[in-house]
Design a protein around this ligand. Structure first.
Ligand SMILES: [Zn+2]
Length: 292
């Protein structure tokens, strides 16, 4: 019964997702043909018997039922569709880098660190309780790019969060587990001591990734080091500072940012443009789940 309910919810979710992606307007209301529609089978009629029944139901396309190492079926809320009362979002379905590795080694959960359980605005949606609330560690994923913040930024001019937040496989304060962030591509690490809670990874063509809130005193890489795709960078943690420069921990998560280089050639200095990495991460995670 639980399994049936879950699959029904996922099917409902997927159909809602399609509507949100492909039909920005209101979906037309289907016309009820009424009880006299001749196409309606008479409920008193017996079920017709199929003379050649299939031995098995049709196989389900693999991509609709990808599951993680715990057997949980992956699903995600469409890009730009944020939690209620948490900001406008930024709809961008582009998969900017179709071959990157997902930035965490294990299962992961993209969702809000601020407007869910354990976040300082969780109460606006009735999500009280601590960051280890079990629903913070469940699918579906939800986008957090341009989630409301007090600071204005280029992509989110009315104040917003120019990145996405990723919880690791387990809630670290509860589990005590180590969860590793890895290089999404080959590149060079930029992590001078001055970048107190940020590790950058830059590829040869100038694409830049920023990993925030790793355990900075125990990084697996050093400033200037060249790393290969999949190499461990550091452990997911909660390192952060307030605007006065004092250490103030955040929730345990990886804040991940991506900047495309739009320079026309390698001789021109990189022209950085921050992009919403959500669908790039969905694509990377689906590849990860398909790989045994
Ligand atoms: Zn963040």
């Amino acid at each position: 019964m639980m399994e049936y309910a879950k699959n029904t919810l996922i099917a409902l979710f997927l159909s809602l997702g399609l509507i949100a992606c492909d039909q920005p307007g209101e979906a037309p209301t289907p016309i009820d043909p009424g009880p006299d529609n001749p196409a309606d089978p008479d409920p008193t009629d017996p079920e017709p018997i199929d003379p050649n029944p299939d031995p098995q139901p049709d196989p389900v396309p693999e991509e609709e039922y990808l599951d993680d190492e715990e057997g949980r079926i992956f699903s995600y809320v469409p890009v730009g569709d944020l939690l209620p009362n948490s900001g406008p979002g930024h709809q961008d379905t582009t998969i900017y880098r179709p071959d990157i590795m997902f930035p965490l080694e294990e299962a992961a959960f993209l969702n809000s660190q601020v407007y869910r359980h354990g976040g300082y605005q969780g109460s606006v949606n009735g999500m009280n309780g601590g960051q280890c609330h079990s629903s913070n560690y469940e699918y579906p994923w939800q986008d957090t790019f341009c989630e409301s913040r007090s600071r204005s930024q280029i992509m989110c001019p009315n104040g917003g969060h120019e990145g996405v937040d990723i919880r690791p496989a387990t809630c670290i304060p509860q589990s005590g587990a180590e969860h590793w962030a890895i290089a999404v591509e080959d590149g060079r690490i930029i992590a001078p001591a001055s970048s107190r809670y940020t590790v950058r990874l830059q590829t040869e063509d100038g694409t830049l990734y920023r990993y925030l809130h790793l355990k900075m005193d125990a990084l697996a890489v050093s400033d200037g080091e060249y790393v290969t795709k999949g190499q461990r960078i550091g452990r997911v943690s909660n390192d952060f500072f307030n605007s006065s420069g004092d250490p103030v921990p955040t929730t345990y998560h990886l804040h991940f940012e991506m900047y495309q280089n739009y320079a026309p050639d390698a001789e021109t200095d990189p022209v950085f443009d921050q992009v919403n990495p959500y669908m790039t991460l969905v694509s990377a995670y689906e590849r990860k789940l398909r790989t045994p």
